[in-house]
Design a binder for this molecule. Structure first.
Ligand code: SF4
Ligand code: MG
Length: 332
């Protein structure tokens, strides 16, 4: 199969007392084995909800209302995670598809030794002895750069630094060698050195295990260092998608252009060297503007933009959703 994950017109909404929140509003993308895809956008754009939807971990009042999440693991069988019975989903979750959260304490159990947490994740899905699971735990801890792994199996999460806790959460996500890992801003809270080490490990692991990653972040520099493709989300939709090189060289959506211009040290087209900031705030999903949701913040907006823009597909691997794509070299 050419893909490990193929998301088609996925919609996830929350029925709240204040109204319907369309957190993920018809997104589509495809992920290949071993690929790292960056999913970028401001907070509230639907990145995390996309991740939770793929994990089928959306709680009430949220629900997936439409679309498909086709998953093709190592056994080459295609299943749709949207309609898969929960029993089968439980076999996949944490096994073939795993998620790493921004705060490792959200995924670690504070009252269990980390060795137990690692081996239990492995034993839940593999028919192996406890000794084999223990060896596997040590191996995967070493791979993510946890020193003195064997001795530290008996330690509790609070005995580790924040950076080491995140490595443990990554080790737990990796222990079953999943086909897909969704990483939700896992390095945001870490210092630059630890962050660089973890990003290096991720690239190594995707090469060695063939793991595909969806790397959720608001930080395009991380994506530039890590990913092959990038999807830019705004107000529940993917507004631009393409290879990292093509997006960074030639952003077509004004929002993407703004994100790139706000990267520290980026050689922007602005005359002054001050850091660019996209004007205004992300819209409330409860009261979206008519037409293009980026319209109130967009320097290119005109009356055409009162109609919702459709996707324009430039190639198999490149699309944008805007009536007036930015011309190369244009100022913001
Ligand atoms: Fe701006 Fe119009 Fe494009 Fe929306 S459709 S991003 S408002 S130019
Ligand atoms: Mg988030």
């Amino acid at each position: 199969s050419p893909f490990v994950l193929q998301v088609e017109n996925l919609k996830t909404q929350f029925d709240t007392s204040a109204g319907v929140v369309r957190a993920v509003d018809g997104i589509s993308f495809s992920l290949k084995r071993g690929e790292v895809m960056g999913l970028v956008g401001e907070s509230g754009s639907g990145k995390s909800i996309t991740g939770y939807s793929i994990m089928r971990a959306i709680d009430k009042p949220g629900r997936i209302t439409e679309g498909h999440i086709k998953f093709c693991g190592r056994d080459n069988k295609i299943v749709d995670l949207v309609s898969l019975p929960e029993r089968q989903m439980r076999d996949l979750r944490g096994n073939r598809v795993a998620m790493i959260l921004q705060d490792p304490m959200m995924s670690l159990n504070p009252s269990l030794r980390i060795g137990t947490q690692l081996t239990e994740t492995y034993l839940a899905h593999k028919k192996v002895s406890k000794q084999e699971a223990r060896e596997r735990a040590i191996n995967v801890m070493q791979r993510v750069g946890i020193p003195d792994a064997e001795r530290r199996l008996s330690a509790y999460p609070h005995e580790f630094s924040g950076g080491m806790r995140q490595r443990i959460a990554i080790a737990i996500a990796l222990i079953n060698e999943p086909d897909v890992i969704i990483a939700d801003e896992p390095t945001t809270a870490l210092d630059v050195t630890t962050q660089a080490q973890i990003l290096f490990e991720v690239q190594k692991l995707s090469r060695e295990f063939g793991t595909a990653w969806i790397w959720i972040t608001h930080d395009l520099t991380v994506v530039a260092a890590l990913a092959q493709n990038v999807a830019v989300m705004y107000a529940g939709k993917i507004v631009e998608y393409g290879s990292v090189a093509s997006i960074l060289d030639r952003p077509l959506h004004p929002y993407t252009k703004g994100l790139i211009a706000s990267i520290p040290g980026h050689n922007s087209t602005l005359a002054n060297k001050r850091l660019y900031q996209i004007p205004g705030n992300a819209p409330s999903l409860l009261s979206l503007p008519r037409g293009c949701p980026f319209r109130p913040r967009c320097a290119y907006a005109d009356s055409t933009c009162l109609e919702t823009p459709a996707d324009t597909k430039l190639s198999e691997n490149r699309f944008y959703r805007c009536w007036h794509p930015v011309e190369t070299g244009a100022a913001l």
